[in-house]
Design a protein around this ligand. Structure first.
Ligand SMILES: N[C@@H](CCC(=O)N[C@@H](CS)C(=O)NCC(=O)O)C(=O)O
Length: 210
């Protein structure tokens, strides 16, 4: 399988952690793709020019990180990561964590793609409220990590890791229980540190996107 992604991508990180937990990491070749590169659309099989995107051995295109994760879980038979008995609750948690990432990503893009004088503060505040609302929800609804992390937990770890990476971990002061939860996750899931953009970007001098 070929995964198009980049080191900083939180959605890509979620997929890489999932592949590793599923025991599929050695079947995955990561092809670096920087969507900031004006030529990236030509090499991205996703017509939306978004990452991550997966191409299977048979050439099947699988787009959107949540769909890719579901594919990997199904392929590996690791139904304990998305058990039928809790499927809707887990997908809801994953959707809220994905929404948290999306809002944080849009905040980054607002500053990246506009001149300083054009940055819309009302829009940034609105996005920030979504991030805080999601973190409030996660605080109330977080589940301790059992033997195997579930898809929602992997997505929350990717979201919190992105807030560490792009917003200097400011969330940690207000959300101490979530910070403890992330420490527990990190201790139980080695691929969290192995995919840490702060460590990997420093090591590879990677491009700053996304
Ligand atoms: N819902 C998508 C979101 C993917 C996404 O927004 N990825 C970012 C990078 S983390 C991207 O490709 N941004 C480039 C763009 O939107 O043009 C998923 O879960 O895969």
């Amino acid at each position: 399988m070929k995964l198009y992604s980049s080191i900083p991508s939180p959605f890509g990180r979620k997929v890489k952690m999932t592949a590793s937990i599923c025991g599929l990491a050695d079947q995955l070749t990561v092809s670096p793709l920087d969507t900031n590169d004006p030529d990236s659309a030509a090499s991205n099989p996703n017509p939306l020019n978004k990452i991550p995107v997966l191409e299977t051995e048979s050439g099947q295109l699988i787009a959107d990180s949540r769909v890719i994760c579901e594919y990997l879980i199904e392929r590996s038979g690791r139904s304990d990561m998305l058990p039928n008995s809790r499927r809707i609750d887990i997908l809801t948690g994953a959707a809220i964590a994905d929404g948290c990432i999306e809002a944080a990503l849009l905040m980054v893009y607002e500053r990246r793609f506009r001149d300083e004088s054009q940055v819309n503060t009302a829009w940034l505040n609105r996005l920030n409220q979504k991030v805080l609302g999601a973190l409030d929800w996660a605080t109330t609804n977080r589940q301790s990590i059992e033997q195997t992390p579930t898809l929602d937990q992997i997505t929350w770890a990717a979201a919190l890791g992105y807030l560490d990476f792009r917003f200097s971990g400011e969330w940690r002061t207000r959300y101490t229980e979530l910070a403890l939860w992330l420490t527990q996750f990190q201790q139980m899931v080695p691929s969290y540190l192995a995919t840490d953009p702060m460590r990997l970007s420093a090591a590879s001098q990677a491009a700053p996107s996304p």
